[in-house]
Design a binder for this molecule. Sequence first.
Ligand SMILES: [Zn+2]
Length: 321
Amino acid sequence: MTRTVLAADFGGTHLRAAVVDENGRVLARDERPTPTEATAASVTAEIVSLLRSVAPGPGAAPSAVCIATAGLVDADAGRVILAPNIPGFRNLPLTEPVAAALGIPAFIENDASAAALGEFRFGAGRGLRHLLHATLGTGIGGGLVIDRRLYRGAKGLAGEIGHIVIDPSGPRCNCGSRGCLEALVSGVAFAQRARRLLAKGKSPRLAVIAAGREPNGRDLLVAAREGDTAAEAEIRNGGHVLGLGLGSLVNVLNPDAVTLSGGLLGMGEMLLGPMRDALSSLAYGPASGTKVLLSELGDDAGLLGAAAVAFERLEDAGLRS
Ligand SMILES: [Zn+2]
């Protein structure tokens, strides 16, 4: 029988849990809405309760559990430092109570780092050695697999690619800097671009689509697809900026491939075309041919990423013993 682990993905809207085997097959799953009113104790209890609901009975016990969560995570200490979208998730020791409740080793990981290892083990990055993964959603996250292992850096912050500065005079970012990649191209950034276009009266189609409410990134895409050239120029510029960021990282890391996941992929070639052009023109020498691959894990990226981290941690423990 193949080994299994419990995996959890703690996002801003949903808490998901699953039993996953070594081949990345999901054997059981469940999900609940993320608690909106929560304390550290109630969040922990909710996670344990959900994990218990998917855990198989005696005789088929999972070997470990890993929880992937948004925000800053000290994975080695098993602690969430800050998860801005999840109430109660601040300086929270998480793995100790989960391990005590379930009776198996428990780990946590930043969700974008977990997604990187998930793509490497089970998805678009299978068989590669070095991988740069970017999550393109409300914000921009990233993860690094170097020499077939997840790279966490000195303080567990490696892969925060959303906060590389592209334009020092650009818009203010959540982190306090100006012109970060995330402040220029992300769900939030495209909503801001749409609002600016509307305020300047430059996008007649967008005004009709938003119909009096605040426009968002999806409205910008709809306007662009309906032929609004100003809206299309914003998305294409976002793609170009993304390519500058990823191309710079490719020059530092020389990965086998860049893998991409997240809701912004729905913008299709309007975003990805200029991104690939900028990346390949910026990347140095043979790195200009670095492959860009789309995620194969879809909505399960967080869950399968958490499972991949659990398996890697178990293998590490095996090597050490
Ligand atoms: Zn930033």
